[in-house]
Ligand binder design. Structure first.
Ligand SMILES: [Zn+2]
Length: 481
């Protein structure tokens, strides 16, 4: 079998003229439940599913039932029987520091390793949310070697977490510009308030209403905004005029409110076409929800953590401010675009795992490995439905990255970014969601990760280019004609 595949690939590589039609790869995945994420997203309704997908090159060509899709098979089409497994659009993590995480003190300490970790977790696209000139040079030197496997959306920093302003250097890189294979500039990152800075923790900025609840010795008594609303508006105005998206770090209610008002003042009622968004959104007052709604501002959110809340309490948010913490359910009741992220590795290495994220969101349990073993009491009040989480990790996350026309759902014309799971997260008990495994990850029609069915299919590299055909197939599920 192995020999045959190798021969077939070599044959097509040598026969240059037909490379695009054959090794140029068509792939059929069938006998599975594909949640297309294209049907009604109402959580009370079932999602649209299909059982088979036909992939040609990097794109999805057709979706449908097994009979229809298998009839499209051509000489050279690879057919994979998924034996009843569950498939979603590849997971999209819009706020990470995956590339920034490639540092010696993490286990995943090279760009190769963080990407391997991403594909092992079914992540096909991510936003890298800290990129100054030095990081950009480092990333591009790597990208020039053609080694970027995920779709990576870079956010170039206007300022540093500590407040130092880098300014408009980002304008040397056009919005949506492809800087290398799989790397795009999406927008700019602005810290409205201090995040982790010189080893000190973040400093959410609270309004007078919430400040009344802070103990007198609270660390947050002296939290200050990095930029006034006018200064922030000026930065957003310039970015918006040039077509950049802005992503603003804000945790405290005043930091978030100032960001919402600054975006609204720039949009002046016009549609938010650049998808300006706010990261974290940790403390929200009732009166703030309509600010998101009125300006269609995207909210990026992370799972709950009782430990994180306990830390806030120790540092002095005050008991009465707990009611404002991570109001994901309340946000979900409004007409607001929300996407689920990990902020990896800020809260521990395991947060990259999409199934742990869903488990935390639907049960309120702690997944934050920086506090592993502590704070087991869940936060049940603001939990969401499994389907809402899946939507926020696929089509809504694509929306947040301004890429929903290309990725985020399984439909003809979109890039073939898919993740195969061991079980259906919508069918198992909530507690069992955390045990679901990623079996296969496909990006651009190429199997980037594939440990499938008792190890019978491992790291099967589909004929991804004219030069590299390196199938390592040990399994009868792969059939060449
Ligand atoms: Zn972050």
């Amino acid at each position: 079998m192995k020999k045959l595949n190798t021969l077939v690939c070599i044959f097509f590589v040598l026969s240059f003229l037909i490379v695009d039609a054959a090794c140029a790869k068509s792939l059929i995945l069938h006998n599975a439940t594909f949640y297309t994420m294209t049907g009604s997203l109402d959580v009370t309704e079932n999602m649209e599913t299909v059982s088979a997908v036909y992939i040609q090159g990097s794109k999805i060509k057709a979706v449908g039932d097994d009979q229809t899709i298998l009839a499209m098979r051509k000489p050279g089409t690879v057919v994979i029987n998924l034996e009843g497994k569950t498939v979603f659009p590849g997971f999209i993590d819009p706020h990470t520091h995956l590339f920034n995480g490639a540092q010696p003190y993490f286990d995943y300490n090279t760009l190769d390793r963080v990407q391997a970790m991403a594909v092992e977790n079914g992540i096909t696209s991510f936003g890298n949310m800290y990129t100054d000139q030095e990081w950009l040079d480092f990333i591009l030197a790597y990208a020039d070697k053609g080694r970027v496997r995920n779709r990576v959306f870079l956010y170039l920093n206007f300022n540093h977490s500590c407040g130092d302003v880098f300014g408009n250097w980002y304008e040397a890189y056009a919005p949506k510009e492809a800087l290398a294979h799989n790397i795009w500039v999406n927008g700019i990152k602005i810290y409205a308030e201090r995040s982790v800075c010189d080893g000190f923790s973040s400093r959410p900025v609270f309004s007078d209403d919430l400040k009344e609840n802070l103990p007198e010795d609270s660390l947050y008594q002296n939290s200050r905004l990095h930029l006034s609303e006018d200064e922030l508006s000026a930065v957003i105005q310039r970015a918006d005029d040039l077509g950049y998206q802005v992503a603003i770090h804000a945790m405290g209610d005043l930091g978030i409110e100032t960001s919402l008002l600054a975006i609204a003042s720039v949009l002046e009622g016009k549609p938010n076409i650049n998808r300006h968004m706010i990261l974290h959104n940790s403390f929200l007052r009732d009166d703030m929800f309509e600010l998101y709604e009125n300006s269609d501002i995207v909210a990026l959110i992370e799972p709950f953590s009782r430990c994180e809340l306990n830390t806030y309490l120790r540092r002095g948010i005050g008991d009465d401010n707990i009611a404002y913490y991570k109001r994901w359910y309340d946000l979900s009741l409004r007409d607001i675009h929300m996407a689920l992220d990990s902020d990896w590795p800020s809260y521990g290495e395991q947060t990259i795992n999409p199934m742990l994220k869903i488990h935390a969101m639907v049960t309120g349990s702690n997944i934050f490995t920086v506090y592993s073993g502590e704070c087991d009491e869940p936060i049940e009040e603001q939990t969401l439905e499994v389907l809402q989480c899946l939507k926020m990790m696929t089509i809504e996350a694509a929306y947040a990255l301004r890429a929903e026309k290309k990725i985020g759902s399984i439909m003809p014309g979109k890039f073939a970014d898919l993740v195969v799971l061991s079980q259906d997260p919508m069918m198992v008990d909530l507690e069992d969601i955390k045990n679901i495994k990623v079996l296969m990850t496909i990006i651009n029609g190429k199997v980037e990760y594939g440990e499938y069915v008792n190890g019978r299919l491992k790291m099967y590299h589909f004929c991804s280019s004219k030069r590299s055909c390196t199938p390592s197939i040990s399994d009868s599920h792969l059939r060449h004609p």
